[in-house]
Design a protein around this ligand. Structure first.
Ligand code: GSH
Length: 264
């Protein structure tokens, strides 16, 4: 469930980054109703109406919904963080690809999904960067999926995460000459949860120490690193790689000794 499956083309040599076809599978379609993220273990099917945040909380998307040729009702949503592996909304199609002019940074604080008020975690946002390129997944929603996805993401991203919407141009890896307009959720420096730049070692320490209602902050980092690994050598994210390296260096300090585990 969640992110679509990356398929290794038949005949590809294992361990070699090859161009992959990225296909959503009907079985992947999430079943979670749109709306507030239920605390893990308490998920239940609720009517959309009961999930609608109070008017005072709802933050309507600021970007006009980007339209592409073809189905006027269709909308593409670009994910570059947790949306890469856990979109949790129904979609009709998905593509791996990238956006130009932005770099991804772990500069957004999170006190719900991967952190708490006392120990905010760090999640990603997009930074305008003329030479930047950020890889992720674009999901196509059509018909009723559009309002359901936007209602759900408004709560998950805007109300709970401090993100705002922005129109971006998405380049599918399989057809970069046919770019798509897409909606992205971006945490700007003006939002109260924004933490801004920090040394990668400090970010790694924060990630190692934090968890929230959606799980540990380390899971968030490693799932994103997994995705980037699957994208192949053409997809580089030095900021992400530096944080993963820093985590690897620090993990021994966080791991209990054999004596402590009484493994002897
Ligand atoms: N908007 C970015 C980042 C999304 C993101 O990571 N948002 C957090 C909100 S703070 C989230 O949904 N976290 C859910 C989780 O960590 O599983 C994306 O397109 O993926």
């Amino acid at each position: 469930m969640g992110g679509a499956q990356l398929e290794r083309p038949s005949g590809a040599r294992p361990g070699v980054c090859v161009r992959r076809s990225f296909r959503a599978h009907a079985g992947d379609q999430p079943r979670r109703p749109p709306g507030p993220i239920p605390v893990p273990g308490t998920m239940k099917q609720e009517s959309a109406a009961s999930n609608t945040p109070p008017a005072s909380q709802s933050a309507t998307p600021s970007a006009q919904f980007p339209r592409n040729d073809g189905d006027p009702q269709a909308l593409w949503i670009f994910g570059y963080g947790s949306l890469v592996w856990r979109p949790d909304f129904a979609y009709s199609d998905s593509r791996v690809g990238f956006v130009r002019g932005y770099s991804r940074r772990f500069w957004q604080g999170d006190t719900f999904h991967r952190g708490s008020d006392k120990m905010p975690g760090r999640v990603v946002t997009l930074l305008e960067d003329h030479e930047g390129c950020t890889w992720g997944v674009a999901y196509q929603v059509q018909g009723e999926q559009v309002s359901e996805a936007l209602k759900y993401l408004n709560v998950r991203e805007a109300v709970l995460g401090g993100y705002d919407t922005k129109e971006v141009t998405f380049y599918p890896q399989d057809s970069p000459d046919q770019p798509l307009k897409a909606l992205a959720y971006v945490a700007t420096p003006q939002n109260p949860g924004y933490l801004g730049p920090a040394p990668e070692e400090a970010i790694a320490t924060q990630i190692l120490a934090c968890r929230g209602f959606s799980g540990h902050n380390l899971e968030y980092l490693l799932r994103l690193a997994d995705f980037m690994q699957l994208c192949g050598p053409q997809a580089q994210d030095e900021h992400l790689a530096a944080i993963v390296d820093a985590v690897g260096t620090m993990l021994p300090c966080f791991c209990p000794t054999e004596q402590a585990l009484a493994l002897v």
